[in-house]
Design a protein around this ligand. Structure first.
Ligand code: F6R
Length: 250
């Protein structure tokens, strides 16, 4: 495993470092293709990227992005759709052209065809240069939930109770939390040239230890990242157990 782990005292420092990695890549390769995540963890990175753009340190004009996932069953304009999230936290603040920013369309008439279309689009754009990932408390990446087997390409997934409970904080009632989503598969995720896994908070300490130091298993999808040739983990120190530190040799 070619893994680099960077430990930060604060979430602000982690976010700055994450944004700097992205900006450096873009300045070297303006046409870079990004895989983007939503959720709580990347918000700080997106804030930093917006700030760096406003300071003329970077342009996204020639870049392309593919989001990992989107809920099924809520309209695109719903405030909790990942489409709205991306507009709010990143896209409205930067110069990435809308036609180069892709998110699975979960309101397509034929969802299965939409999944195939999405995979094809990713392929047509070449390889994802840098994939941002968070990790769920159950070890999911994207919405690839723990299971006996995992799918490689983009597909429709039933969200686990764990995931729905974790995401309930963004909705008024549990009933409003979507039950299904479209997600990139683990095959697509692992094809990225570089993966930036971002982890914050003591509540992720146990799962990240198991993901990075335990056996590789589809029951803990993030453990598959151990097989990736270019994995960078940005993590706050409260999420690092002694075992994580010891066994990842930092
Ligand atoms: C988001 C995604 C999810 C989150 C994960 C962690 O697009 O695919 O896998 O990265 O649920 O979420 P947070 O950052 O809210 O803890």
């Amino acid at each position: 495993m070619e893994m680099r782990m960077m430990i930060f005292k604060s979430y602000e420092e982690l976010s700055e470092a994450g944004a700097t990695i992205i900006v450096d890549l873009l300045n070297q390769k303006p046409k870079a293709v990004f895989g983007l995540a939503t959720g709580g963890t990347p918000v700080g990175i997106y804030e930093q990227l917006s700030k760096m753009y406003s300071e003329h340190k970077v342009s996204f004009k020639e870049a392309t992005s593919f989001n990992l996932d989107e809920y099924v069953g809520i309209p695109q304009q719903h405030p909790e759709s990942y489409y709205s999230y991306m507009q709010q936290h990143l896209f409205q603040h930067i110069d990435l052209p809308a036609e180069q920013a892709f998110i699975p369309n979960s309101n397509a008439e034929q969802l299965k065809e939409e999944c195939e279309r999405y995979d094809l689009l990713i392929q047509q754009n070449g390889q994802v240069d840098l994939q941002i990932l968070g990790i769920g408390h159950n070890g999911h990446i994207g919405f690839n939930e723990p299971a006996q087997g995992l799918l490689s390409g983009t597909h429709i997934v039933e969200l686990s109770d764990d995931t729905r409970r974790a995401n309930a904080r963004f909705f008024d009632t549990m009933d409003q939390v979507p039950k299904f989503a479209i997600t990139m598969g683990v095959g697509t995720i692992l094809k990225a040239r570089q993966i930036l896994l971002i982890v914050k908070g003591a509540d992720k300490a146990d799962i990240i230890e198991r993901a990075l130091t335990g056996p590789i298993t589809t029951e803990l999808p993030a453990s598959l990242l151990q097989t990736h040739p270019h994995l960078t983990v940005l993590i706050t120190e409260d999420a690092v157990t002694p075992a994580t530190k010891e066994r990842t040799r930092v």
